[in-house]
Design a protein around this ligand. Structure first.
Ligand code: UTP
Length: 298
């Protein structure tokens, strides 16, 4: 029987340079879509998928992220006194069980693969684990990682979330070379990180959700530098392709926002704003005004 996936690694040690100067003092993962930080979306998705232990790979300057998960008794008491029950419930969503959360440092930003490797001692060597990149935010009826866990329980191996991207964007991603296409998922015969334009094996790009065999961690032990001189998670997963476990790309249902980029972050802000009943009408009215100004100007 396959082992259950109960641990997730959240690599959050990157420098977040695309959001400078904000990220000089605010971790990217604390930036908010409407009123919830990116990290809260990631945690909620992990919980829905049955994750019980949350491992954050952090770096210098990420203190606000650690504080975010602390209990806040004074604030809670104040809200209780004022009868603000809805806010109290919202606040409770941020509380984590004692011992459920661990922080480990990546001392140098040597790449995503290196960040994941930093968590190796917190995992059981026989256990599959999830990796979630909080700057990929996915709006879906059934949370993306939950869809993947269900598929993983049938298929096994190592699984990456995958989506088709346009030709002019594909060289910014890890890309799958497809062996067999089963529709909802594909098996891979290759995987390449940031292929040079024109050399992409397909348009099926890997995005920030993974369920990985413990062997991927062993592959990371080799510390091979890949694209951009960084230790790439893609390469360690690709090393699994030849094993009998295999590597699969899972075409999730849902809308993915690249909140690591400014345009993606702004799009997500609008989409999540519109999805809130209390904000929808006012925001839609404003967007209509903008588009009528633009039409008048043309
Ligand atoms: P990105 O490529 O988005 O890099 O990393 P970044 O540093 O966060 O942002 P920019 O490009 O400078 O704006 C993808 C994910 O991998 C993590 C990041 O925190 C992010 O979640 N990461 C990347 C690490 O944890 N360590 C690394 O060495 C590199």
């Amino acid at each position: 029987m396959k082992r259950k996936v109960t641990k997730a690694i959240f690599p959050v040690a990157g420098l977040g340079t695309r959001f400078l100067p904000a990220t000089k003092s605010i971790p990217k993962e604390i930036m908010t879509l409407v009123d919830r930080p990116l990290i809260q979306y990631a945690i909620d998705e992990a919980r829905a998928a049955g994750i019980k232990e949350f491992i954050f790979v952090t770096s210098r300057g990420k203190g606000a992220l650690e504080d975010y998960f602390d209990h806040s008794p004074v604030l809670e008491q104040e809200l209780r006194k004022k009868g603000k029950d809805a806010l109290l419930e919202t606040l409770k969503m941020t509380n984590m069980d004692s011992g459920a959360i661990a922080y480990i440092r990546q001392h140098k930003a040597l790449g995503l693969g290196h960040a994941v490797w930093c968590a190796r001692r917190l995992l059981d060597p026989k256990e599959p684990f999830a990796v979630i990149l909080p700057d990929d935010v996915i709006a879906a009826d059934k949370p993306c990682l939950q869809q993947m866990v269900e598929a993983y329980e049938e298929i096994g191996g190592s699984m990456v979330a995958a989506m088709e991207v346009p030709d002019d964007k594909v060289s910014s991603y890890g890309v799958l070379d497809i062996k067999e296409d089963m529709g909802a998922y594909v098996s891979a015969k290759g995987m390449v990180e940031k292929p040079a334009p024109g050399t992409e094996p397909s348009n099926l790009a890997v995005i920030g959700r993974y369920i990985l065999s413990p062997n991927v961690m062993k592959n990371l032990n080799q510390m091979k530098a890949g694209a951009g001189g960084e230790i790439q998670l893609t390469d360690a997963i690709a090393d699994e392709i030849e094993s009998d476990r295999g590597v699969y790309g899972y075409r999730f249902s849902g809308q993915r926002f690249d909140c690591g980029s400014k345009a993606g972050f702004l799009q997500a802000t609008i989409a999540f704003g519109l999805s809130r009943p209390e904000l929808h009408d006012e925001l839609q009215e404003y967007l209509d005004t903008l588009s009528s100004i633009r039409t008048a100007a043309q």
